[in-house]
Design a protein around this ligand. Structure first.
Ligand code: SF4
Length: 117
């Protein structure tokens, strides 16, 4: 038995799900779907930062453009730790594509501009 709070709507029903995917506590069908997805393969949006070589902006904020499996979060963070942005980036530019073969990209959530010397 696993307990969770449904986050699909503001009501926030307290759900319980067992190993046979029997769900209780939900006031509507969306809660059952949420509980089963959360039990089988929980997904999360990842928001973090990556290094840059910019002298005044050492970190660039990024996020996944869709939720990814929760179990992949740390391996994606590890991959992002190896990236150093050394060129201009605009909001929405892809920083890392198709992370862990999920068809999800990590995109910039901030602009960064390197001055020409
Ligand atoms: S079960 Fe339905 S009513 Fe309850 S929080 Fe989830 S979506 Fe909202």
């Amino acid at each position: 038995m696993k307990k969770m709070i449904c986050i699909v709507c503001p009501v926030g029903c307290h759900l319980e799900i067992d190993e046979h995917h029997n769900v209780s506590g939900n006031r509507c069908a969306r809660g059952k779907t949420y509980a089963i997805e959360e039990y089988v393969n929980p997904l999360r949006l990842l928001t973090t930062t990556v290094k840059t070589s910019h002298p005044k902006l050492p970190r660039l904020s990024v996020k996944t453009n869709a939720p990814i499996p929760k179990k992949l979060l740390f391996s994606v963070l590890d991959e992002l730790n190896h990236i150093v942005i050394q060129h201009d980036v605009k909001v929405g530019d892809v920083i890392l594509s198709n992370v862990k073969n999920t068809s999800v990209d990590v995109i910039a959530t901030k602009n960064i501009h390197f001055e020409l010397k």
